[in-house]
Design a protein around this ligand. Structure first.
Ligand code: GLY
Length: 342
């Protein structure tokens, strides 16, 4: 499958897609710089199952949103210093979005920046988190308060990693796929039929899965290439995320990022006045076994307060990304007190 090339003002990244570990490893060997010391920043669970695929020096991380903090960044930094890792170090992030975010952030600031690349191992990271250069850590539970935008040299996606996940876990990442399909004007029902069907997930080498991953990555690359610093059109990639970040925080991360994005997509349609689309997204989430409404125990005042803390918002007016009646994604100014949560 052809790779994607993400070209921005400052970098060129290659995003490639392989169905087998053997091909993924070959590509990794081709992509890693020969004159660098390779240090893998790897999710500790991924290391247990797949560490044998990555014979490099390693620093493990706990892939928990609560561990995506400066304390973890400092721990990794100290470890790199103990290892005497110089500016010729290349950091290889292996894991889901939490791991690739932490790795990208450390790489962007360690000794004022070293090169890095990613092997995402979750669907969410393959279609979204590993692509686009944004990286960062949370502060006091508020998402990605500290971070940079620095592109990885490469992202190598291989859905063979997904075979160790239960179907229900894979489905939790699908809302990020739905998001890019809504932005790209593609059918969301097709995706729900595929991921909602246990049989299709048995054949993970199936070209359709790789096709969905590449299509989502392509939409993301197109948007990021035209607005890397998010001064304009890149904001559409936040579709559903203003709601999602507040839901994650207020639920104490009981809702996963993907689940929160799913509910956020429904709310983006509702707040945009897109009645039919609200129903379609909710139906697709149901088919995937995912929630489509905010949990009952969450307080609207708390959610509104969390929205105001979101780094993308300032003042009481939001530039909310919504889905309008025609199914178009657009920005709408809204007062926080006027947000519809249910
Ligand atoms: N790394 C995720 C993004 O740039 O959107």
């Amino acid at each position: 499958m052809d790779p994607l090339i993400l070209k921005t003002a400052t970098a060129v990244s290659q995003i490639s897609f392989f169905s087998s570990f053997a091909e993924m490893k070959e590509e990794l060997c081709r992509s890693l710089p020969e004159n660098c010391r390779i240090v893998a920043i790897i999710d500790e669970k991924v290391d247990v199952f797949y560490g044998y695929l990555f014979p490099y020096e390693k620093i493990t991380v706990v892939a928990d949103e609560r561990a995506k903090t400066m304390a973890t960044v400092e721990r990794i930094t100290r470890r790199l210093m103990e290892m005497k890792a110089g500016r010729d170090t290349f950091l290889l992030g292996i894991g889901g979005g939490i791991t690739t975010d932490i790795c990208g952030f450390v790489a962007s600031i360690y000794k004022r920046g070293v090169s890095f690349g990613f092997v995402p191992t979750t669907l969410l990271a393959m279609v979204d988190a590993a692509i686009g250069g944004k990286n960062g850590v949370n502060v006091d539970g508020y998402k990605n308060m500290l971070g940079t935008i620095t592109q990885p040299q490469f992202v190598i996606s291989c859905p063979a990693f997904l075979s160790s996940f239960q179907k229900s876990e894979i489905c939790k990442s699908v809302p990020e796929v739905l998001k890019t399909r809504l932005i790209g004007g593609k059918s969301i029902e097709e995706v729900a039929d595929f991921f909602g069907n246990t049989d299709s997930l048995k054949g993970l080498e199936d070209g359709r899965l790789l096709g969905f991953i590449r299509e989502a990555a392509e939409v993301k690359c197109r948007v990021v290439a035209s607005d890397e610093r998010e001064s304009g059109c890149r904001r559409i990639l936040n579709l559903g995320h203003t709601f999602a970040h507040a839901l994650e925080r207020c639920s104490g991360n009981r809702l996963s990022h993907g689940e929160a994005v799913g509910i956020g997509l429904v709310l983006a349609a509702k707040n945009g006045g897109a009645g039919r689309m609200t129903e379609s997204i909710a139906a697709v989430l149901k088919q995937l076994g995912l929630p489509s409404q905010i949990p009952e125990n969450l307080e609207i005042t708390e959610l509104n307060r969390a929205v105001l803390q979101d780094k993308k918002n300032s003042g009481t007016h939001l530039n909310l990304v919504v889905i309008d009646e025609a199914g178009k994604i657009s920005l709408k100014q809204k007062l926080v007190k006027d947000l519809i949560w249910g």
